[in-house]
Design a protein around this ligand. Structure first.
Ligand code: F3S
Length: 79
């Protein structure tokens, strides 16, 4: 059985980040902490890269970014 390369969560679950555009106020902490996972537009509002799929080894970065968003705009869930 093959596992997908993006799976390295402690629970063995692939995770995905999501930015709620209605909550994002452009604080940019997510991009500063995890530029591999987020893009920002000209107004500083964030969106998830790669459809939100978190590459292997970056799961903790995803959670750190979510924990540091003052607007609680980021969620990290099983993909
Ligand atoms: Fe927006 Fe939060 Fe990032 S407000 S720019 S999702 S830190």
């Amino acid at each position: 059985m093959s596992r997908r390369a993006v799976s390295n969560d402690p629970k063995g679950t692939q995770v995905r980040v999501h930015v709620d555009p209605a909550k994002c106020q452009g604080h940019n902490r997510c991009f500063a902490l995890a530029p591999e996972l987020f893009d920002v537009d000209d107004y500083g509002n964030a969106s998830e890269r790669n459809d939100g799929i978190v590459p292997e080894g970056l799961e903790e970065k995803a959670r750190t970014a979510a924990a540091n968003c003052p607007e609680f705009a980021i969620t990290v869930d099983p993909a």
